[in-house]
Ligand binder design. Structure first.
Ligand code: IPM
Ligand code: MN
Length: 347
């Protein structure tokens, strides 16, 4: 039987409960579709940091490299470890080391979920650049703690990095409805963002079957609220994509429904699948975290591994669950009830 090896990194807070839920559902889908998933659990988290002084062991990246995929819950416990330490110690290094340059985030309303907008007929896929740009980590601080302090955080945009994410966006648009929205802020940022626009134009002539529109990020924020049904594939830099996908999560009913895939399209290293929501310390011990975002991310993992029908089976089970009003309103159902409902539909 075909077997995939999966690294399980539940991380912090609700990451634990939602990863467990997603893993149960993935196992059920695998069983129903005649393949196997072999999970290896890693306790890398803020607790691990408190015990060892690091978010993961020094050979953590090499350890993960041999897996077919990584399923991650959430990273961060700011009361005890600063987010800037925990994220740069685990999540961000994985995205960079494994060249997971495309962060795919779908935004649409699941059946039974009413979002905050009048418009409900939208189906957007955001493609966020995931390895460079504003989150490159290039910068520094001098004269720290004095009134002469200077902090610099430099955005890095490379031809290679910009071209590959745009190409990925064009390909996604080709596989969907043929429309690509490229997001910059080239009226104000005249180097990196003009560069991005130029590469968009260069590729547009190659992908003449795709309708390309460039938007400034502020206008895109408004469009996602006022006319989301006009959008198909949206491609943006790391920071802009980060912000727009929280907006995307909001219009799809909340972070409990926002799934994501950190993809290495060249398959030279494992890809990583995670819900967009964080560790949610405020509800971490209440048992009410919505596992749907994590389960949907798991479906994206199976899709990436080539197990398309199992992925569709999970999506159908999610849709049957929300369609029956389970998991649609925050706090109304427990993590367990929602997971059980998804499992029942899969079996
Ligand atoms: C996300 C998160 C992370 C990001 C944070 C936690 C570093 O907000 O996945 O969107 O910005 O990449
Ligand atoms: Mn974010």
């Amino acid at each position: 039987m075909k077997t995939y090896s999966i690294a399980l990194l539940p991380g912090d807070g609700i990451g634990n409960a939602v990863t467990e839920a997603a893993w149960d559902v993935l196992q059920a889908a695998a069983k129903a579709s005649d393949f196997a998933l072999e999970g290896t659990f890693f306790p890398w988290s803020c607790d691990f940091y408190k015990q060892t002084g690091a978010m993961m062991p020094s050979d953590g990246i090499e350890t993960l490299r041999r897996f077919d995929a990584i399923l991650l819950g959430a990273v961060g416990w700011p009361a005890e470890v600063p987010d800037s330490v925990s994220l740069h110690g685990l999540l961000l290094p994985i995205r960079k080391a494994f060249t997971q340059y495309a962060n795919i985030r779908p935004h649409r309303l699941l059946p039974g979920v009413s979002g905050p907008l009048k418009s409900s007929a939208f189906d957007i896929v955001c493609i966020r650049e995931n390895t460079e740009g504003e989150y490159s980590g290039a910068g520094g601080r001098i004269h720290q703690g004095t009134l002469n302090e200077v902090a610099i955080e430099t955005s890095i945009f490379t031809w290679k990095g910009v071209e590959r994410i745009l190409r990925f966006g064009f390909e996604q648009a080709r596989a969907r409805n043929g429309r690509l929205a490229s997001v910059t802020k080239s009226n104000a940022q005249r180097y990196s963002m003009v560069f991005w626009d130029e590469i968009t134009q260069m590729l547009a002539s190659e992908y003449s079957d795709i309708e390309v529109t460039s938007y400034h990020v502020d206008a895109m924020a408004a469009r996602m609220v006022m006319a989301p049904e006009t959008l198909d594939v949206v491609v943006a830099s790391n920071l802009f994509g980060d912000i727009l996908t929280d907006l995307g999560a909001a219009i799809q009913g909340g972070l409990g429904f926002a799934a994501s895939a950190n993809i290495n399209p060249d398959r030279t290293a494992p890809s990583m699948f995670e819900p967009v929501h964080g560790s949610a310390p405020d509800i971490a011990h209440l048992g009410i975290a919505n596992p749907i975002a994590a389960i949907w991310s798991g479906a994206m993992m199976l899709d990436h591994l080539g197990e398309k029908s199992a992925a569709q089976r999970i999506m159908a089970a999610i849709e049957a669950t929300t369609g029956a009003g389970i998991g649609t309103i925050p706090g109304n159902h427990t993590t367990q009830t929602i997971t059980k409902s998804v499992l029942q539909t899969i079996a």
